[in-house]
Design a protein around this ligand. Structure first.
Ligand code: BEZ
Length: 252
C-alpha cells in the first residue's frame, strides 16, 4: 500500500493534474451530470469538473491525498474508497479517472465496480499508463539494482496494458469501447531537481521500501547515472517517458 506525500505531490508533481486536460475534454462534463472522479488524488481535476457544473464526487483510497484535496477545495464532496469496491446508492452518468487505474491491482474487479456504478449508457472516461509506460525509468532502476546486486528486492506495483488488452477487458466487463488512444507523452519533470531519483522517491516509494536503507542513496545515484543519457533532453531537463492509454467506454 502506497502512503502518499501529498504536499510534495502537489508542489513538485503538479503536471499529473495539469496534463489531465486532454482526458477532461474527452469527459466533457455537463451541468447537472452525476460524475465520480475515481482516484481523484489532491482534487485538481475534481474541482475542474465541478466548475463545469457537474455534481461530482472525488473518490480516493489515500487518506493523505483526500486530506490535501479537502484543504485545497473545501467545497468538494470527497469519499475514501477503493476502486475495487466502488458502491453507489444510485448509478451515475459518468466515471472519470486520471493516472490512477494503473495503481489498482485487480483490473477486472475495478472494471466490474465501475460498470456497477454507471447507469446503462453512462460513460467511463479515463487515462492511465499504457504498455511501455515509464520503460526507461523502470529499466534504469533494474539496471542500477543489478549493478549493486540488490535486484531481488524489487517488485513493481503497476499495471500498464496494451490498447487491445484494455479494450478486451472493457468489453468483457459490459462496456462498448467508443475511443482508445495510445500515445507517447514525454513529460518534463520540471520541479524534480534530482531527476529520475526524485520520480522514484515520489511514485516508487513502495518499491524502494524493500531496498536496504543503507543502500538507497547509492541505488538512486546509480539510477540517475543510468537514466541520464535516455531521459535528459538537450537543454538539461529530465523528461519522463510516459505512455498514455486514454479511452471512452459506454456502459451497455
Ligand atoms: C503514470 O501516471 O503513468 C505513473 C505515475 C506513477 C507511477 C507509474 C506511472
Amino acid at each position: 500500500m502506497t502512503t502518499w506525500d501529498a504536499v510534495t505531490y502537489d508542489s513538485s508533481f503538479s503536471f499529473v493534474a495539469a496534463l489531465g486536460s486532454a482526458v477532461l475534454e474527452l469527459l466533457d462534463p455537463q451541468p447537472g451530470e452525476r460524475v465520480i472522479d475515481l482516484g481523484c488524488g489532491s482534487g485538481e481535476l475534481t474541482a475542474a469538473i465541478a466548475r463545469r457544473g457537474a455534481d461530482v464526487v472525488g473518490v480516493d483510497s489515500s487518506p493523505e491525498m483526500l486530506a490535501q484535496a479537502a484543504e485545497r477545495f473545501p467545497h468538494l464532496r470527497l469519499l475514501l474508497a477503493d476502486g475495487h469496491e466502488l458502491h453507489v446508492e444510485e448509478p451515475v452518468d459518468a466515471v472519470f479517472s486520471n493516472a490512477a487505474l494503473h495503481w489498482m491491482r485487480d483490473p477486472d474487479a475495478v472494471l466490474a465496480a465501475v460498470r456497477g456504478a454507471l447507469r446503462p449508457g453512462g460513460r467511463f472516461v479515463a487515462e492511465m499508463g499504457g504498455a511501455g509506460n515509464v520503460g526507461q525509468l523502470v529499466a534504469a532502476l533494474q539496471a542500477a539494482a543489478f549493478r549493486l546486486d540488490i535486484e531481488e528486492h524489487l517488485e513493481l506495483p503497476w499495471y500498464f496494458p496494451t490498447p487491445g488488452e484494455q479494450a478486451s477487458r472493457l468489453e468483457q466487463a459490459g462496456f462498448t469501447v467508443r475511443l482508445m488512444h495510445y500515445v507517447e507523452r514525454p513529460t518534463p519533470l520540471v520541479d524534480c531537481t534530482d531527476g529520475a531519483a526524485d520520480w522514484w522517491r515520489m511514485f516508487g516509494a513502495s518499491v524502494l521500501e524493500s531496498v536496504p536503507a543503507d543502500r538507497l542513496d547509492e541505488l538512486l545515484t546509480t539510477v540517475n547515472e543510468v537514466a541520464r543519457p535516455h531521459l535528459v533532453d538537450e537543454v538539461g531537463t529530465w523528461v519522463a517517458d510516459y505512455v498514455r492509454l486514454r479511452f471512452v467506454a459506454e456502459a451497455r
